[in-house]
Design a binder for this molecule. Sequence first.
Ligand code: ADP
Length: 563
Amino acid sequence: MDNRARNLRELAIEKLKSEQEINSYKSNLDLKTLIEELSIYQIELEHQNQELISSQNELQNSINRYIDLFDNAPIGYLIVDIDGVIKDINETACILFGSTKSQLKNIKISKLIQPDYQDIYYLYFKRLVSQKYSQTCDIKLQKSDNSFFFARIQGIRQLQLNVDIPEFRLAVIDISIQKEMELKLLLAKEKAEENDKLKSAFLANMSHEIRTPMNGILGFAELLRKPTLTENNRVEYINIIKKSSVRLLELINELIDISKIESGQMQIKLSTVNVFDTLNDVLSFLLPEAKSKNIDFVFDYSNINDPLNIETDKEKLYAIVLNLIKNALKYTNKGHIKIDCYYVDNKLKIYIRDTGIGIPEDKFDLVFKRFRQVEETGFHEGAGLGLSIVLGLLKLLGGDIRFASIVNKGSIFYFSLPCTIVKPILKNTVTNSNDLELDLSHVSILIAEDDYSSYYYATELLSNTNAKMSYVENGIQLMDYLNNAIPDLILLDINMPLKNGYECLKEIKQRNIKTKIIALTAYAMNDEKKLLFKFGCDGYISKPYTQCDLFVEIDKVLTDCLK
Ligand code: ADP
């Protein structure tokens, strides 16, 4: 209060104290002056009041501006106390967290941090408390719907007015897109580096794998010209040329397989496969080589009593087992190779153990990579494709492969393949079609097939079953036939003219015709099989098929019918 104001106040107080005194002043000059002074003071007060109102407005404006700036800033802001409790938070941060102010205020900031990043945040906060300058850290934050986003937090310690304890201002920026880009770049870089290595390995391997057999072929073909050649030499040279050609052919096949797998063109052809027969076929094929290396095959059947008939792709299972046992043989110089086989949890599980050179742990990552070999300097025969193909085929069939290995002790490769067991209800379950028997004397079968040779093939296979057989050659004929008679079983070619198999299936379902249907198709993809079953098929055979495939499927379908 300035002096003038103080004087005026004192005068006013005195005036109030003594009314009479004031009255005695009434005619006084002093009184006049006092009234004048008061009037001036009143005007001044009014001015001051105006100023106060306008500065109050200004203050309110700047508060509003501050709130607007704070709330609608392009980045999230939080004010956190020394215990990590959120004291204030702006709208942008609320949007980032998908919550409201009231939900976020007064909770601990650690509740918004993804569990894996709690330690990082703890260290960051320690830094914030101890440092004068702003501190940054990248962290994963948790939204109210439990999803996460990557954020960059930039914070600074701030002393509060009249209080000794600091508070912390944190700016939060969503950097998920940057992080995603960073990750993509990192992956691209890793991929580019990997491709570079791959290219070198590919060139080195191909050059070695093509030149070696070519050398054998060209060199010994030249030697065959020698007029002085003995009969023994001739036979030996021809054998070498043959062996080299086979090796070259294997390489070409491997290259085709891997390209097919990688371009998604490898098709699945399901049929009933006897696992023991497949394993035996592979072992007999490799036996001469095993004998020449003095290595025993130990194949333990004892885990399963029944003959193991499963539904899978026969060729692919053969290729998988062949590659694995061939590798075991290639990388084993003494001892044995043991094969175990189980069917558990609807999966075929095969274990191949060897007593070979093993794989060093730091090379584990390489073995399933294309063209890569553990010993990339001292060449082993092989292009580094075998295991990539095995992995690709297993993935295609929904399976999985793992391995364990100890250097100089040996390796174990084991894979699992989801598959169903096909219950052998046939009188004879051997896969040799000459031994099969199936009595269908009370069964009528309609073959719907446009290709005469395919029809003829099916009738030949069924000739000894005593089934009553009929034939239609397109979809329209089939539907007409069903107007007059309903067979027990239809062998339905899917790719028929006029009305294809799917259309017939649809109509059969609509007309509620009760018959069993086995679809015959040449496009044996897994999806197609599912689709056919969805359309109402009871069984499914992919072409080309054997008598065993046909009998097993018929047996399955008709047995289901009796249930
Ligand atoms: P390759 O044609 O070179 O055998 P693969 O893809 O089949 O190619 O195997 C990749 C690499 O994994 C091989 O070069 C070899 O170093 C290693 N490997 C595979 N199987 C075995 C095994 N049973 N014992 C030791 N090493 C193995």
